[in-house]
Each structure stands twice: as C-alpha cells, then as structure tokens.
Design a protein around this ligand. Structure first.
Ligand code: ATP
Ligand code: MG
Length: 422
C-alpha cells in the first residue's frame, strides 16, 4: 500500500464540509470588507523567501521545501503567503490600481517541521493583506476583519494578543539592550538560541525552551525601547480596537517568526491549543515591498492556520454545518430510476440535499442505506407511485409515511425537515 507523505493529511468527509464552510465564511466576511482573492503559485523562486522571510528565521534556515528544477533553478514550495503577494504586487503593477489594495488568499503552505498536533508539513492558511495604507486605522480594520470572521464562526474564547515591535531603526537598539541583559546568562541559553545570538537575536524571544523563556522573562520588553512614532502608532491601534470593543491583550514579548514585521504585531491564541500553537499571526510590514525592489508601499496582514482553526471550531458552528438534513431518494425498479433522478434535481433546486439510490437495492436494503447515511426523510418511487404521479414520503425519524402528489413533494419535504420558512 502506498501511504501519504509524512506531515500531509487526507481531509475526508464529513470534516471536509467544515473546511468548505469555513472558507465560504472567510470569503463572505473578507469580501464584505473589500478584500478580493488573489490566487498565486504554490512554488516561487527560493530567493523570494530568503529575501523577505529572512535568512536567520526558522522557516528559511530549516523548514523550506527547496529543490532544483530540471534546469537547475532553485525553487521553493511556499512556506507562507505574504511574500508571494508582495512579489505579485510588484510584478503586476498593482500599485497602479486604486489604493489601498485589499487582497485575500487561501491555500496550502509547506514547511518541513516535526509533526505534532496542529503542526503539519502541508497545512492551509487563510489570509488578508491591506497594501498602501500606513495609518493606525488600517491596522484596526485588519484586526476588525479578523475579529468579525472569528465571530462569524461562533468563537467566543479566542484571544487576540498585540505587541509593538517598533521600526527597523529601533531594532538594533533593542537587540543591544537584550544582549546586554542576557550576556551574564549567555551560556544557559539553548543551542538554538546561542546560534540565534549572532544570526537573529530577536528570535531568542520566540524560543519555546523553558530555561530560555525564564531568562527572557526578566529582560526589557521591545515596546519599551521603540521610537515615539512607533509608540503613537500602536497606541492608536489599541485605542481604535477599544472603541470598537474588540478585546485585545498586550503581549510585551511577542515577536513573530518572520523578519519583515514592524510596529503592530499580533497573534490569536486558543485556550484549547495553548500559547505554543497559535491560530493566527500577523503584523505590519512597511518595508517589505521596497525591500523587494518595489516602491515604498506599506502593508499589514495576517495568516490564519486553517488546520488549527478547524481543530478548535465551536460545536455550535460544527453542528450547523454537519447537521443539515438529508433526503434519500429511493427508486424501485428500472422504470423508476430515471424518474427518481428528475425528482432529485427538483429537490436540489428546492435547496435540499437529496442523494439517490443507484445500486438497484431492494426496498428493505435501500431503507437501511437511507438510515445509515443519516437521512431524515426517504422518498420512495415505485411503479404504482409513478402511475398515480405520486411519491411515498417516509419520515424516518417519526416512522410515518404518506403519499404526496409529485408536484407538492418538494414543499412537503422542506416543511418536514424544517426548511419550510426560509
Ligand atoms: P509557530 O510559532 O506555531 O511555528 P509560526 O509563527 O511559524 O507559528 P506563521 O508563520 O505566523 O506561524 O503562520 C501563521 C499561522 O499558520 C500560524 O499561526 C499557524 O496557525 C499556522 N501554521 C504555521 N505553521 C504551521 C504548521 N506547520 N502546521 C499547521 N499550521 C501552521
Ligand atoms: Mg513556525
């Protein structure tokens, strides 16, 4: 037997229905805010991620699926979405369109990681990017869109955490403070952090090793070291969110796993998954597009880990999606088969889910199948029903049945399954 690649997943029905429903909700909410989908390649030149995500990051240093194509070009399966959006923005001259640009994306990302709950090698992200606006109001909108989406999924326990990373000019100053404070305990840092010390010291704040965490807990938070402009900006974002009654928690040591963020950074935490398995990460990246050779176009966005989101989806939303009534259409005999499929179409047009029996089973076996697939109603079409232009409507939950005129069936069934009023 051939098995799937380690770290990839088969999403089977009915869980796949949850994925579809979450993605439909994302489209609806984000389109409402004016975000249109951008569909981008899954592979990009390796250099794109090295230059944007950053050489010293975990993603670039050890997680990328990088390979040479048949002509020896170095390609990488995208580990995240923002770099591709920035590349496409420049390459397609999207700066010529009315600004700001609001873009959304969803799809698979690839990172070579150790498998565990909520951590896969192929996973899906849903994200939005707001390009061409640098105001705190833009940040508030992006966070409001995130909050609105999570609310539409009926979440009530997720926490948005927010921090101020300052501007790139502040970073060197902060890193000096951080290193000075950690210097006496440098030898106690884990091996990874000792490497980060020279390559990417900010990442030390992100380390999940307990001893590193304790050492870091006593250092000055980055938000204390930032410039007045950066402070004013993020304070205004926090106030804007408060005015909209969007609860956020300030997380003074939050840094993100990519180099391009500045000023506003945030994550969404689920109590069920804990702080090491965040649902969403995002932030402002005003230098990303100019670093890639474009004009200076500010941006802010986030990426939600769809696998993790679905793992903790509220039961209320899941039931709404999974508990839709099913109507089984059961023809008896060859003659009824064609007529049954015609009826199926009528039911579908009436907004119902109505799979037909097509294996030629007996009535008894057909009813057994209808029960197994969880049908609320079975519609039986035999020779005599066809003759009388009727359908036998069997309520499988109540155990009752009645003959209904063919052209009244859809309405009758809709009422039976509780779809009558819509
Ligand atoms: P983590 O700290 O968990 O490694 P990250 O900072 O690397 O996350 P981002 O690059 O910010 O993650 O990606 C945004 C979101 O994508 C994350 O918040 C998470 O929900 C999801 N994500 C990232 N890596 C994975 C993965 N390997 N498997 C599943 N989801 C992932
Ligand atoms: Mg990671």
């Amino acid at each position: 037997m051939i098995r799937k690649v380690k770290g990839t997943r088969d999403i089977l029905p009915p869980e796949s229905r949850l994925w579809g429903a979450v993605e439909a909700k994302a489209r609806r909410v984000f389109e409402g805010f004016g975000y249109d989908e951008i569909r981008l390649p899954v592979m990009e030149p390796t250099e794109l991620f090295v230059r944007t995500v950053g050489e010293g990051t975990d993603i670039v240093s050890k997680e990328m699926y990088t390979f040479a194509d048949r002509k020896g070009r170095s390609l990488t399966l995208r580990p995240e979405g923002t770099a591709g959006v920035a590349r496409a923005f420049i390459e397609n001259g999207l700066g010529q369109r009315p600004q700001p640009m609001r873009l959304s994306y969803m799809g698979p990302m690839f990172r070579y990681e150790k498998m565990q709950r909520g951590r896969y090698r192929q996973f899906s992200q849903i994200g939005i990017e707001l390009l061409g606006a640098s105001t705190p109001q833009a940040d508030v909108e992006v966070l409001l869109a995130l909050h609105t989406f999570l609310k539409a999924l009926e979440f009530d326990d997720l926490v948005i955490v927010l921090n101020n990373l300052g501007d790139p000019e502040d970073r060197d100053r902060f890193i000096k403070v951080l290193k000075d404070e950690l210097m006496p305990n440098r030898e106690k840092l884990c091996g990874d952090c000792r490497r980060r010390w020279t390559e990417n010291p900010l990442r030390i704040l992100d380390c999940k090793v307990e001893t590193c965490r304790e050492l870091v807990a006593h250092t000055t938070p980055v938000a204390d070291v930032v410039s007045d402009e950066a402070r004013t900006h993020v304070d205004a974002v926090a106030q804007g969110l408060e005015a909209l009654e969007i609860p956020v928690r300030v997380a003074p040591r939050l840094v993100r796993g990519l180099d391009y963020y500045l000023r506003t950074v945030f994550e969404v935490i689920s109590p069920a998954l804990g702080e090491d398995t965040v649902i969403c990460g995002g932030g402002r990246y005003d230098r990303l597009i100019s670093d890639l050779g474009g004009r200076a176009v500010p941006g802010i966005g986030f990426a939600i880990g769809e696998d993790r989101l679905i793992d903790v989806l509220p039961d209320s939303f899941k039931h709404r999606v999974l508990d839709v009534p099913v109507v089984a259409v059961l023809p008896l005999g060859d003659e009824a088969a064609g007529s049954a499929l015609g009826l199926t179409v009528q039911l579908i047009e009436g907004g119902l889910r109505a799979p037909a029996e097509v294996t030629g089973r007996s009535l008894k076996a057909s009813l057994k199948w209808a029960n197994k697939i969880g049908a609320a109603v079975a519609l039986i079409l035999g020779e005599s029903e066809i003759e009388k232009n009727q359908v036998l409507v069997k309520d499988l939950r109540e155990g009752t049945q009645e003959a209904v005129a063919r052209d009244a069936v859809v309405e009758r069934v809709r009422r039976l399954v509780g779809e009558g009023d819509s």
